[in-house]
Design a protein around this ligand. Structure first.
Ligand code: NDP
Length: 452
C-alpha cells in the first residue's frame, strides 16, 4: 500500500506535468492544484485510485472545441471573436456547464471552469458530466440586435457539438435569459428540432424551470446557513458583504433577506455600494436586469442610506458573512486578512474560485467556516439538471417543489462534504470534503467504464 507522502510526491509530479503540458493557463493550474493537493489521503487509502492513468485522464479534457465567431455590429462593421467549448468529463452524464461571455475568457479560464464543474456536478448526486464554454465577446454596451447576431453566429458552430444527450450548456457571466433565448432559437432553426433539453436557463413559457434564475444564489445562502448550523448559529440577524450585482449576487441578497439576514453591499467592475439599511433587491433588479445599468445608479436612486465607492475593495466593509459572487480571484489574501480582522464567521463562494489559495488558507487557519464554490454554488447546475428532467418528462414543476428539491440537494452536499472531511481527518475542512467526495464519485465511474 502506498503511503500518503508517496502519493503526495506522485501528485506533485503530476502537477508539474500539468503546468508543462498546459502552458500559459494559470487559472487551470490553480484549479488543478486546489483539487490534487487534497487528494493524497483518499488515493493512499484506496489503491484502485492509484491506478496508472486515472488522474492523468481526469485532468485531460475529453474534447476541446475552438472556433471563429464572426458577426456584424449595428454599423455593419465585422468583428471576430473566439468561441470555446471544453467537454471535460462525461463519466456521470452528458457534459453540463455554462457559457461565459466576457473579454477575459481564454482557453485556460474555460478549462479551470470545466475542471471545477466535474466535481461540482458529481456532488449534486445527479447524472451530469462536466463541461464549460464561452467567448471573449463583451456584451456590455452592445444593442440587443448585436447580441442576437453574435449568439446566432456562436450557435452556428456550437450546434454541431451539443445535444440533450451529449452536452447541455447554460448561462454564466454575461449569459442570461436573453442570450439563452437567442442561442436556443438559432439551435432550433438549424436543427429543425424542438429539443428543449439542449440548453438550460430557458424562459419560463418555453421549457425553463421555475427557480432556475434564483438557484445559484439561493443555494449558496442555504449552504452558508448549513455551515452556521454546524457551529450552533443561524442566519437571523447576521450582516453580509456580497460582491457582484449579476444573477448570483441578486438572488443571494434576496435569499439572505428572506432568512432574516441583511446584505449591506453589492458591486460591479466600477466599484461597490454600501447600503446601511440593507440592499433593496427590487431596486437592484430594476437597475441591473431591466435597465442593464451600473451599481452607482442604484446608489443614486436609493437615497441617503447608500453610497457608491469607486474602485476599492468591497471586503473592507465589516460583516458577519462574506459571499463573493462576481468572479475568480476577487478575494485575495489581504482581503481575507481584513475580513478576519472584522470578525467574519463564514465565507461561502457563490462565484467560481473567487478566493485565492492564500486567502482560503488564511481563512481556514483563522477558524472561519469556508464553503468552496464547487459545493456552495452547485445549486444552479442542480436546478439545471432538474430543468432537463422536466423537459424530458414534458412537464413543469411548481416553484415550491423545485425549491424543496434545491434545499434537499444543498443540505445533502453540505452533509457529504462535512462527513467526507471527517472521514479523512480534516474535520470542518469543506475544501477537502468537497474535492474528495466529488472525486470518489467520478473516479468510481471512470474505473468501471474502462480506459477511454
Ligand atoms: P453575471 O454576468 O450575471 O454577473 C457578474 C457580476 O460580476 C457583475 O456584477 C459583474 O460586473 C461582476 N464581474 C464580472 N467580472 C468581473 C471582474 N473581472 N471584475 C469585477 N467584477 C466583475 O454573472 P453570474 O452572476 O451568473 O456569475 C457570477 C459568478 O458566479 C461567476 O464566477 C460564475 O462562474 C459563478 N456561477 C454562476 C452560476 C449561474 O448559475 N449563473 C452557477 C455557478 C457559479 P460587471 O458587469 O461590471 O462586469
Amino acid at each position: 500500500m502506498t503511503t500518503r507522502s508517496e502519493t503526495r510526491t506522485t501528485l506533485d509530479h503530476l502537477l508539474t506535468e500539468i503546468e508543462y503540458r498546459n502552458p500559459a493557463q494559470p487559472e487551470f493550474h490553480q484549479a488543478a492544484h486546489e483539487v490534487l493537493e487534497t487528494l493524497a489521503p483518499v488515493v493512499a487509502a484506496r489503491p484502485e485510485y492509484a491506478e496508472p492513468g486515472l488522474i492523468e485522464r481526469l485532468v485531460e479534457p475529453e474534447r476541446q472545441v475552438l472556433f471563429r465567431v464572426p458577426w456584424q455590429d449595428d454599423k455593419g462593421r465585422v468583428h471576430v471573436n473566439r468561441g470555446f467549448r471544453v467537454e471535460f468529463n462525461s463519466a456521470l452524464g452528458p457534459y453540463k456547464g455554462g457559457l461565459r461571455f466576457h473579454p477575459s475568457v481564454n482557453l485556460g479560464v474555460i478549462k479551470f471552469l470545466g475542471f471545477e464543474q466535474i466535481f461540482k456536478n458529481a456532488l449534486t448526486g445527479l447524472g451530469i458530466g462536466g463541461g464549460k464554454g464561452g467567448s471573449d465577446f463583451d456584451p456590455h454596451g452592445r444593442s440587443d440586435a448585436e447580441v442576437m447576431r453574435f449568439c446566432q453566429s456562436f450557435m452556428t458552430e456550437l450546434h454541431r457539438h451539443i445535444g440533450e444527450h451529449t452536452d447541455v450548456p447554460a448561462g454564466d457571466i454575461g449569459v442570461g435569459g436573453r442570450e439563452i433565448g437567442y442561442l436556443f432559437g438559432q439551435y432550433r432553426r438549424i436543427t429543425n428540432r424542438w429539443e428543449a433539453g439542449v440548453l438550460t436557463g430557458k424562459g419560463q413559457g418555453w421549457g425553463g424551470s421555475l427557480i432556475r434564475p434564483e438557484a445559484t444564489g439561493y443555494g449558496n445562502v442555504l449552504f452558508a446557513a448549513a455551515m452556521l448550523r454546524e457551529r450552533g448559529e443561524d442566519l437571523e440577524g447576521q450582516t453580509a458583504v456580497v460582491s457582484g450585482s449579476g444573477n448570483v449576487a441578486i438572488y443571494t441578497i434576496e435569499k439572505l433577506a428572506a432568512l432574516g439576514a441583511n446584505a449591506v453591499t453589492c458591486s460591479d467592475s466600477s466599484g461597490y455600494v454600501v447600503d446601511e439599511k440593507g440592499v433593496d433587491v427590487e431596486l437592484l433588479k430594476q437597475v441591473k436586469e431591466v435597465e442593464r445599468g451600473r451599481v452607482d445608479t442604484y446608489a443614486e436612486r436609493r437615497g441617503s442610506s447608500a453610497r457608491f465607492v469607486p474602485g476599492g475593495s468591497v471586503w473592507d466593509v465589516p460583516a458577519d458573512l462574506a459571499l463573493p459572487s462576481a468572479t475568480q480571484n476577487e478575494l485575495d489574501v489581504n482581503a481575507a486578512a481584513t475580513l478576519v480582522r472584522n470578525g467574519v464567521k463564514a465565507v461561502s463562494e457563490g462565484a467560481n474560485m473567487p478566493a485565492t489559495p492564500e486567502a482560503v488558507h488564511l481563512l481556514q487557519q483563522a477558524g472561519v467556516a469556508f464553503g468552496p464554490g464547487k459545493a456552495a454554488n452547485a445549486g444552479g447546475v442542480a436546478v439545471s439538471a432538474l430543468e432537463m428532467a422536466q423537459n424530458h418528462a414534458r412537464t413543469s414543476w411548481t416553484a415550491a417543489k423545485v425549491e424543496e428539491e434545491l434545499a434537499d440537494i444543498m443540505n445533502n452536499i453540505h452533509t457529504t462534504c462535512h462527513e467526507t472531511a471527517e472521514r479523512y481527518d480534516a474535520p470542518g475542512d469543506y475544501v477537502t470534503g468537497a474535492n474528495i467526495a466529488g472525486f470518489e464519485r467520478v473516479a468510481d465511474a471512470m474505473l468501471a467504464q474502462g480506459v477511454i
